[in-house]
Design a protein around this ligand. Structure first.
Ligand SMILES: Cc1cc2nc3c(=O)[nH]c(=O)nc-3n(C[C@H](O)[C@H](O)[C@H](O)COP(=O)(O)O)c2cc1C
Length: 195
């Protein structure tokens, strides 16, 4: 059977990598400890009451200590035009003393968020910013997974997101979203989520 080739378990994520690839800001804009990094591993956990998002952000990142300290972050959604910079941001670590920060290096503007210490990202290819607080750390020590609760969200034009998000297929290979297929007519069991 041609479909039954063994697949290494360590590569399973490449089959079901979710997306879109996100930027995560942590630290504090007020004391200039704000940082930014890239993540591909995340998931929606709850629609509402409250909405919850799980992200994997491990102690190998400088952002980890910042997230632990302020218990807040901003998830920024880049469009595909920004993919090369997003990969580069995920391949370098927070600047040491006297070195240019990632904000300077990648010409990203940090803007104060409304509800949290870490900043929003203002850049031409950032489609949305979601301000989040840490809701639960029960999975952090074992899985580096943080349960976040969005407390504020910004998009470029209301709910509509102009621009195409992209996903990580592993090994630095990205895939951009394709054509939208509207099957809302078939969502007969889930009316409450159609509004
Ligand atoms: C495409 C891509 C996806 C990544 N996904 C994750 C992820 O889901 N979780 C994570 O902890 N690190 C992830 N990383 C690695 C971090 O972005 C990387 O370690 C970064 O340098 C951390 O920056 P910092 O040390 O300044 O916090 C990813 C990197 C890339 C390029």
């Amino acid at each position: 059977m041609s479909l039954l080739y063994p697949n290494p378990l360590g590569h399973v994520y490449r089959l079901i990598e979710p997306g879109p690839v996100l930027l995560v800001t942590t630290g504090s804009l007020r004391d200039a400890t704000h940082n930014v990094m890239t993540i591909g591993f995340h998931m929606m956990m709850h629609h509402q009451s409250p909405p919850l998002i799980g992200i994997t952000l491990g102690p190998w990142n400088a952002s980890f200590a910042r997230l632990r300290k302020h218990r807040a972050c901003v998830l920024a959604i880049p469009s595909v035009e920004m993919a090369p910079e997003v990969v580069d941001i995920g391949n370098c670590s927070a600047a040491g003393d006297g070195e240019p920060t990632k904000w300077e290096q990648f010409a990203l503007e940090a803007r104060p968020a409304d509800q949290v210490e870490p900043p929003l990202i203002a850049a031409p290819h950032i489609l949305a910013n979601i301000e989040c607080v840490v809701e639960d750390t029960i999975l952090v020590s074992k899985y580096a997974m943080w349960v976040l609760r969005p407390v504020n969200a910004w998009t470029r034009r209301g709910d509509h997101q102009p621009g195409t998000v992209f996903h990580h297929r592993g090994q630095g290979v990205m895939v951009a979203d394709g054509e939208a297929i509207d099957l809302s007519q078939r969502m007969i069991k889930w009316q409450e989520f159609l509004g």
